[in-house]
Design a protein around this ligand. Structure first.
Ligand code: NAD
Ligand code: APR
Length: 244
């Protein structure tokens, strides 16, 4: 197992993959999905996070994402986002963040090696030509695609239940080459993200869960630290950097 034996500086060039979920942004004031009072306690995911829901009631779905965009207006990256950006800057080996989150807080903290597997809240996708454009304003059915000029086909560029996530081939490559896989702030409820820990283990990576409480995937992790992300993530990053 390509563990993190730190003899002869193995940690120095370790390739690190970090999976993040809604729990990473919780302390920035962004509600998670399945915690008490989470998004799926307020909305039926079938109405606002499935293609069928969009076809049935696009106005309701657009309202849901317009509200989420507005709610992000004064939300800031927290110490956990910043710690991951520091890890990418200061660790000698490759560091990649694969996020399930659709917010832009990793970018705000300075992460560059970043993959949004569920899309991005501040981007819109044209159902007619497939072009993705940045989107900071309210979306509605009346919206016209800036690329093809078609009207009535714009949707949030967010991956819904039943759809394939983005960049899965690139993510598989990263997991196959990882020496260290860290999962932060995700309940391990939704696949394929919930399966990444098994892929990383099979590739010989050391696996770590940093979360408020044990996730569904907890038994698969070689190491775990439980607590609030803004406390445990900076501490874990400091430990990694002191060893490399
Ligand atoms: P899935 O089978 O991966 O996950 C289904 C999830 O739906 C379950 O894990 C459960 O947590 C959730 N669920 C079921 N009933 C629910 C309820 N009543 N309230 C709240 N949540 C409920 O889903 P899938 O259809 O296979 O997803 C395919 C892809 O879409 C996956 O990559 C997934 O990560 C992605 N996705 C994206 C979003 C988003 O908002 N960006 C939402 C869901 C799924
Ligand atoms: N610090 C660390 N972890 C936290 C914190 C915190 N302050 N607050 C909550 N958590 C943890 C919870 O314990 C939970 O395990 O974050 C996790 C949040 O889980 P979910 O709400 O299920 O969010 P997530 O795992 O990102 O959901 C996965 O499901 O609905 C889809 O596409 C959506 O990307 C989302 C996917």
């Amino acid at each position: 197992m390509r563990g993190l034996a730190c003899q002869n500086g193995a940690m120095k060039r370790a390739s690190i993959v970090v999976l993040t979920g809604a729990g990473l942004s919780a302390e920035s004031g962004v509600p998670t999905f399945r915690d008490k009072g989470g998004i799926w306690a307020q909305y039926d995911y079938r109405e606002v996070a499935t293609p069928e829901g969009f076809a049935r009631n696009p106005v309701r779905l657009h309202e849901f994402y317009n509200l989420r965009r507005k709610a992000h207006a004064d939300v800031r990256a927290n110490a956990a986002h910043h710690a991951l950006a520091t890890l990418e800057r200061e660790h000698a080996g490759d560091v990649w963040v694969v996020t399930q989150n659709v917010d832009a807080l990793h970018e705000e903290a300075g992460s560059r090696n970043l993959i949004h597997m569920h899309g991005e809240l501040f981007r819109a996708l044209c159902g007619a030509c497939g072009t993705s454009v940045s989107c900071h304003e309210d979306l509605s059915l009346a919206a016209t695609c800036r690329a093809c000029g078609e009207q009535g086909f714009m949707r949030p560029d967010v991956v819904w239940f039943g759809e394939m996530p983005y960049h899965m081939e690139r993510i598989a490559e990263l997991l196959a080459a990882a020496d260290l896989f860290i999962s932060i702030g995700t309940s391990g409820n939704v696949y394929p993200a919930a399966g990444f820990v098994a892929e990383a283990r099979a590739a010989g990576a050391h696996t770590v869960e940093l979360n408020l409480e044990p996730s569904e995937g907890q038994p698969l992790f070689a190491e775990a630290v439980y607590g609030r992300a803004t406390e445990i993530v900076p501490a874990y990053v400091a430990k990694l950097l002191s060893e490399s």
